[in-house]
Ligand binder design. Structure first.
Ligand code: CA
Length: 504
């Protein structure tokens, strides 16, 4: 069985597939000088002080002191390289041809067609608040809708109360306020809500209906203001009556056979470890390539986790305008972090480091793998909707619970989530499929992780095997044939939309 994995010939480190004891010989002529924890790096050669530490063929950092061959390399032993410049990045120098992408085993799926935009993967009544102040009422109303109304409408999959933290007590005219406002506006039109608009406001908030709805949608059929009602009973009755009318319409929706071009999905990773970039993310990337070849649209995100590999992404951009927007999103985020007095290396978590990821460069190289190899046809600002089909970089924070809602606002029908350390993360608007990077993770959370890519590390499965498994599971979940564990248990995170603007 494989003991260590070296990705590129030029790498001077390898990753331990399992815990290695001091004195063991993981490779001929290489003796471990220290115990090497699973997923951590072992030096393959003597590395002088100041020498490059190379994994994925990329310089992760520079050795602070001399590192003898066989040593354990932890995050304290290397310094971070300079962040690459985003000025004048060459674009289009690595465009993989569509015919060279792997063929998808299925080219159609059963989904809920919408008048415009991508199709739904679920048929949900979505009720969106314009302000957090209305959240308590809406959550209580949603419980009653589920208990009293939903059983009458068997074709409707569920009721979602979208209770985000935005709407009032915020600087609504701040430079960046358009980001959370766009997120609220776009989530109202989420493909899984079938075009049925239901918005609940309080009445005195800053985020008014005209900021999130076109004039023709601001009608008594679609919007409801709590302060207009005389007390609890009248308020609840009004919400339930509106919900009942929407449910009647939603109940008429049926799935139909659709091309993959009507499918929009997102990719994210979280709680990553050093295996994420070897097993789970490349497998998800393989599934992404199959989807793109079939005409689907795939979003990947997490700015701080692509920042150190941004040149690789620019090389995959199909035009200078795509490259320019990629650079603009990177500059915006650099300034955003700088204003907070940090840089991109604020990203790795204690769990990432325990999982063998020394710094953000190493994390980024693994993270980018989930985008597969397809050309990047568009770059989106946070919560923007795509206008093209294919692989798209959607700029979002890397934070799991913020990236998810941001991609949801962009309209994803489901998200594929790769994890090394494990997280129960899920979303109520779009199903989340969990893919883990290590077999031990799947054994530990056997009934919470949907797919394990761990067998790639041990050589029992290939990236193509697991990638095809992920592709098929994506389509099964999109069609409602399968429910990922997060939906089976109702493990759903809150709608934490990204608000980089001041709160007053
Ligand atoms: Ca994340």
């Amino acid at each position: 069985m494989t003991t260590v994995i070296r990705i590129k010939e030029t790498d001077n480190v390898a990753v331990a597939v399992r815990d290695i004891a001091a004195g063991e010989q993981p490779l001929p002529g290489l003796t471990a000088l220290d115990p090497i924890p699973q997923a951590h790096k072992i030096a393959l050669t003597d590395i002088p002080a100041g020498g490059e530490i190379i994994r994925y063929g990329v310089v992760l950092g520079y050795a602070k002191d001399r590192i003898p061959a066989g040593s354990w390399i932890n995050e304290h032993m290397l310094t971070l390289p300079q962040s690459p410049s985003v000025d004048d990045m060459p674009w289009g120098t690595n465009l993989v041809r569509t015919e060279d992408l792997p063929d998808p085993p299925r080219t159609t799926w059963m989904g809920y067609r919408n008048k415009t935009g991508p199709a739904g993967t679920r048929n949900l009544l979505g009720i969106v608040t314009t302000v957090q102040c209305a959240a308590g009422v809406l959550k209580a109303a949603a419980e009653r809708i589920r208990a009293e109304l939903l059983p009458k409408y068997p074709n409707v999959d569920g009721v979602v109360a979208v209770t985000h933290p935005y709407g009032c007590g915020v600087a609504i005219k701040a430079r960046e306020a358009h980001i959370p406002i766009r997120a609220v506006a776009n989530v109202i039109r989420h493909p899984n809500f079938g075009g049925e608009v239901m918005v609940v406001g309080l009445g005195c908030e800053k985020l008014t209906y005209d900021m999130v709805l076109p004039p023709e949608d601001i009608t008594p059929d679609n919007v409801l203001t709590l302060q207009d009602y005389a007390g609890h009973d009248a308020m609840m009755e009004a919400i339930l009556a509106m919900a009942d009318r929407k449910l009647q319409k939603l109940n008429e929706r049926v799935r139909e056979e659709l091309p993959l071009s009507e499918l929009l999905i997102g990719m994210q990773c979280g709680g990553s470890d050093a295996f994420s970039g070897i097993t789970a993310n490349p497998s998800a990337g393989y599934a992404a390539d199959m989807l793109v070849k079939g005409g689907a649209t795939v979003l990947f995100s997490e700015v701080t986790e692509v920042r150190d590999g941004v040149h690789m992404l620019a090389a995959r951009c199909t035009g200078p305008e795509v490259r320019d927007k990629l650079a603009a999103e990177m500059r915006w985020y650099d300034a955003y972090l700088d204003a907070g007095g940090v840089d991109r290396d604020a990203n790795p978590t204690p769990g990432n480091k325990k999982g063998g990821l020394a710094n953000i460069v190493e994390k980024a190289m693994g993270s980018i793998a989930k985008s597969g190899t397809s050309p990047i046809v568009e770059v989106l600002s946070p919560a923007e909707k795509p206008t093209r089909h294919g692989l798209i970089f959607a700029a979002t924070p890397a934070s799991d619970i913020v990236c998810g809602p941001s991609q949801v606002a962009s309209g994803i029908g489901l998200q594929v989530f790769m994890t090394g350390r494990g997280t129960p993360y899920g979303l109520d608007i779009a199903p989340v499929i969990k893919v883990c990077s290590r077999s031990e993770m799947k054994e530990h959370w056997f009934d919470m992780i949907d797919i394990s890519a761990g067998a790639v590390a041990t050589g029992e499965k290939t990236i193509a095997d697991v990638g095809t498994e992920i592709f098929n599971f994506i389509l099964d979940v999109a069609e409602g044939v399968k429910q990922p564990y997060s939906d089976q248990y109702g493990f759903h995170n809150d709608m934490c939309i990204f608000n980089p603007a001041p709160i007053t």
